[in-house]
Design a protein around this ligand. Sequence first.
Ligand code: SF4
Length: 296
Amino acid sequence: MKIKVARHMGLCFGVKDAIQLAEETAKTGPVTIFGPLAHNPSIKNRLLEQGIEFTEQHQHARTDTLIVTAHGTSDRMRQEINEAGFDVKDATCPLVHFAHRSLKKLVSDGYYPVIIGKEDHIEVRGLTGDLDAYTVVSQASDIDQLPPAERMGIISQTTQPIDHVESLVEYIKAKFPESEIRFTDTVCHPTKQRQKSAIELGQQSDVVIVIGGRTSNNTRQLSRTVSRFCDRVYQIEKVEDLNRNWFESADAVGITAGTSTPDEVIQPVIEQLRLWDNAECPASVRMETQAKVMAD
Ligand code: SF4
C-alpha cells in the first residue's frame, strides 16, 4: 500500500503565528483568547494546559490581556474591547486583513456587499460586523434571496474553495445581468494550495483520509473537494478514529489535513497506517510503504 501525503496540508502560517503569539504572551501573564483560535481540539487542549483561557464574549474574560485570533474581528468589536480596558494582542492573519480591506473598498466605491461564506463563522462575523446592509451566501439557492442592486461587490471567506466561489460569482452575474458586479478574490493562498493538492490526492488514491476538527470549516471543505474525485473519503479528528476496514484492497491511500490541524495529530495517523500495512503483508510480498510527497 502506498501512503501519499499531500504536499500542502496542515497548519497554515496564520494559525501557526497566532498559536505562537498566544504561547509567548502566556509566558508573561494570564491571557484569554477571544473566540476559537483554531478549530481543532488538540490545539485547544495544548493551550489550556498552559493556563490560557478562551471566551466567546469579552465580558466573561477574567484576564487583562485578550488575544484576537487569526480569524480577525470587526472594527466595532476592536473598539469595544479596547474601551473595555483590555490589553489587546492582535493575531489577525494578514490575509484576513486583506479581505477586510477589500470589503471596505467595495463598500466605499458604492457596491452592495455580498460575502460568500458561512454566516456564523467567526471570520464572516468579523467581516460583516461593521456593515449595516449586506448578504452572506454559501450556495446557489441563497442567491435567489439576494436583493437586486445596481452594483454588487463580492468577496469571500478566506477558506472557501475557489472553484465554488467562482461558480457562485458566475451565478450571480447570470441572475443579475443588469447589475454591475465587481469580485475581489479573497480566498487565501494556503487554502488554494491545500485544495489543489487535495484534488490531486483524490485523483490518485483509492482511499483518502482527511484529518481535522469536526467543527473546522476548511477541513469539511477539503473532504468535499476530495469526494468529487475519490469514492472512499473519511474525515477523522485523531488517530483513534481510524478504522482498519476502510483500507481493504486499497493500493494507494492519500492523507491530507485542514489548515488548523497540527503535525502532532497528523504524524500518528501516518504511523498507524504504516503499522497496519506492514502487519498485513507477508514479508515476501511486502511493498515498502512510501510517504510520497505529491507534486504541487
Ligand atoms: S486559513 Fe488563510 S486566511 Fe486563515 S489564518 Fe490561515 S492563511 Fe490566514
